[in-house]
Write a protein that binds this ligand. Structure first.
Ligand code: FEO
Ligand code: CA
Ligand code: CA
Length: 698
């Protein structure tokens, strides 16, 4: 391949918001922070819609009682290993009878080491890294001779979400499904002149490095280490699969076939091609994987010449409408014209969805579920409600955007996988609107209110139920394609960048990472409120949502902030009242997970604004140690910690180490990180475990 030589464009020195490099901002989200937060809506909070504080507390105590009653139902979700009828299923629900959930590990101190650090008594290893061949016929990785064809058979770039599904009986075989969120072309090619001048093959390689990988892994019974597998003849697992920007999908739900999703290449509006910027995700009880298409806007050009009628929605979704061809853009339009909005404006409407893939069936066609709405989906995590319906919680990761949930029409049926595979196609989409108990005391400093809690109530506002819209002036399809505009209209609460939103299957409570919001309280921008209590919020917070009566289909909830992140010496931080002198500093929570006790929240970070590297943290959610947050792991230079995933038997912690070496000025030949192999930086998935076989966290 010939590669034109040119100075790399527009890379300034220094860091930007949080601790992120210019390189991160450019490749991750198309410099979103250089543009105004797209939510310019004037929707405001109407406190009189909500219950008084007395009602809030009463409802909360009812919920706390009901949750115990719901636990049996929650525990009843499928588990292939335990079922007499062995059908593919998601991991078993948490079980505190078998896992105490005690956290006794010695915390990893904050550091800037170019390695993965785990607590003493633990081992860790790389399971798979960018470029590892996973499909029959794919060549060994060679950075100097990379091709798009090779990349389509190799593990993709920038691993983010990972989920591990049990495979058959026993604890030693699994399918690992990994998102590849975005590409760092400067760290993938020895020379990369920018999208406008890149060799078209470089662009095709980048497209092939997006998407997802499915990889069968096995655990060594002697050592506890997980590895990818080949059979005795050196063949890859039949489950291994790559999904990328050329993979055919199908739409489901009410927006399927709507004019808004029709294009010249797909005049029926049923068959979108490819997925991109897959950030986080979740496992379903029927053994499939959900994945969120997040910063999809950055891959398009031609916004200036898009049709006028398309521009308001494009603007609300952060598309660049100022220039025709952004030099910094990857210029996918140079190899596939559909990424040019001036010619194919509706192509934009075919990204920004929750996708579902069935890793147990390598030939299945992945789907984009329109009933779950279109926004910058961080991820999606389901739970089976007490009445059997499936509820999916979701966040729209942008400054001042919203929290959502979907409730299925039909109920989960334990041994009817065909039925369960259709559960996300019909249902109701809601957006969250919060109220506050101490509104008058919130001054943007993070000072704890006199009632001792950042807390309040909330309502799930109905946006659409199948073909029926509940938003004036919108059809149901319009609600689902332009969900942000519909949610603006009903006055949803503007949050500090909702990242992962995950229900705890032991308690039914929901935990969301609100990662940061540099614009909170700036001139002309919304100021602090009780759920987003700090102006220029650099470090983020965790919100806990308790649905009324412990019913995940409820239209009302209570909420509180158990963790307000930062340096524990900073007065604006809060760790559920726990002794701050024992707490690890934490900044920019991103992904959350639970271990098999259901009692602990594990939080990974992205963009540590405290000067040390990102990491993984664990914190008890109840009991005398509630709020005792400790760092479990740290990642190399320039990386963020993703995943995370705790194995069903509680013996392994999996994390994605995303974008190591993503530091301004770094290249393949002048790397800022040489993790994991000592030469140049490569994103990779890591597992950590105790060689003595004890549960993780001990
Ligand atoms: Fe891709 Fe919201 O993080
Ligand atoms: Ca309060
Ligand atoms: Ca994320």
């Amino acid at each position: 391949m010939t590669r034109p030589r040119r100075q790399l464009p527009l890379l300034n020195s220094g860091t930007r918001h949080a601790n992120r490099s210019n390189m991160t901002c450019r490749f991750r989200c198309g410099n979103a922070c250089d543009h105004p937060a797209p939510n310019r809506s004037l929707n405001t909070y109407f406190g009189d819609l909500f219950a008084s504080r007395r009602n809030v507390l009463r409802a909360g105590s009812v919920g706390a009682i009901a949750i115990g009653a719901g636990t049996a139902g929650l525990l009843a979700t499928g588990n292939a290993a335990a079922d007499p009828v062995s059908e593919p299923a998601g991991p078993a629900a948490p079980d505190p009878r078998h896992h105490s959930g005690k956290l006794t590990f010695e915390p990893v101190p904050p550091n800037t080491d170019d390695k993965v650090t785990v607590p003493s008594g633990y081992e860790h290893s790389v399971i798979i890294e960018w470029g590892t061949p996973i499909i029959e016929g794919a060549p060994e990785f060679d950075i100097d001779n990379q091709t798009a064809k090779a990349q389509r058979g190799q593990f993709g770039y920038n691993n983010d979400y990972l989920g591990v599904l049990p495979l058959g009986r026993g604890d030693h075989k699994a399918l690992m499904v990994v998102n590849h969120e975005y590409t760092d072309e400067i760290l993938m090619f020895r020379e990369y002149p920018g999208g406008s001048e890149a060799d078209p093959e470089q662009i095709k390689i980048a497209m092939a490095a997006h998407g997802l990988s499915v990889v069968e892994i096995r655990r060594d019974r002697e050592t506890g280490q997980w590895r990818t597998i080949m059979d005795a003849k050196g063949r890859f697992s039949e489950y291994n699969r790559r999904i990328h920007l050329d993979t055919k999908f199908k739409f489901t739900g009410p927006a399927t076939g709507d004019d808004l999703v029709k294009t010249k290449a797909d005049p029926r509006g049923t068959t979108p091609i490819g997925t991109q910027n897959n950030c986080s995700g979740g496992l379903t009880p029927w053994g499939t994987v959900l994945s969120g298409e997040e910063n999809f806007n950055q891959y398009f050009v031609g916004g200036d010449a898009a049709p006028d009628e398309a521009k308001p929605a494009l603007k609300r979704y952060g598309f660049n409408l100022d220039v025709h061809h952004d030099e910094e853009n990857r210029r996918f339009d140079r190899v596939q014209e559909r990424f040019d909005l001036s010619k194919h404006p509706n192509e934009a409407n075919r990204f920004g969805w929750i996708i579902e893939i069935d890793p147990h069936n390598p030939n299945s066609k992945p789907r984009k579920h329109t009933m779950l709405g279109r926004f910058k989906h961080e991820g999606a995590n389901p739970i089976i409600a007490k009445n059997g319906k499936v509820v999916v919680y979701m966040g729209d990761d942008e400054r001042f955007d919203y929290l959502y949930k979907f409730v299925s029409d039909e109920k989960y049926r334990k041994h009817d996988r065909e039925h369960n595979l259709r559960l996300l196609e019909r249902g109701t989409l809601y957006v969250a609107k919060l109220s506050f108990t101490s509104e008058d005391e919130i001054d943007g400093s993070g000072k704890l209110p006199s009632d001792g809690a950042f807390d309040g109530a909330g309502k799930w506002i109905k946006l659409a139920h199948n073909d029926e819209s509940f938003v004036d002036g919108f059809t149901a399809a319009e609600v689902l394609v332009n969900t942000r505009l519909a949610a603006d209209k009903v006055g949803a609460t503007k949050m500090d960048r909702p990242e992962d939103v995950e229900p705890n299957r032991l308690t039914g409570k929901i935990y969301a990472a609100l990662t940061n919001n540099s614009d909170r309280g700036k001139d002309g921008k919304p100021g602090a409120d009780e759920a987003n209590p700090r102006n220029k919020n650099k470090h983020g917070q965790i919100i806990e949502i308790t649905e009324n009566r412990g019913d995940n289909t409820s239209k009302e909830f209570n909420w509180t902030l158990p963790i307000v992140c930062g340096d524990p010496n900073d007065e604006s931080t809060f760790f559920s009242g726990f002794d701050k002198s024992k707490v690890s500093p934490i900044s920019c929570p991103d992904n959350v997970a639970f271990d098999s006790s259901g009692k602990n929240l594990w939080i990974s970070t992205d963009g540590n604004a405290l000067g040390s590297h990102d990491g993984l943290f664990a914190v008890p959610l109840t009991g005398e140690h509630k709020g005792w947050l400790r760092q479990f792991l740290s990642v190399p230079v320039g990386a963020e910690t993703c995943g995370p995933f705790i194995s069903e038997d509680n013996k392994t912690v999996f994390v994605s180490v995303q974008h190591p070496g993503e530091v301004d000025g770094a290249t393949v030949d002048k790397p800022a990180s040489v993790w994991p192999n000592g030469d140049y930086a490569k994103p990779a998935v890591v597992c950590a475990w105790r060689p003595d076989g004890k549960d993780v966290g001990r």
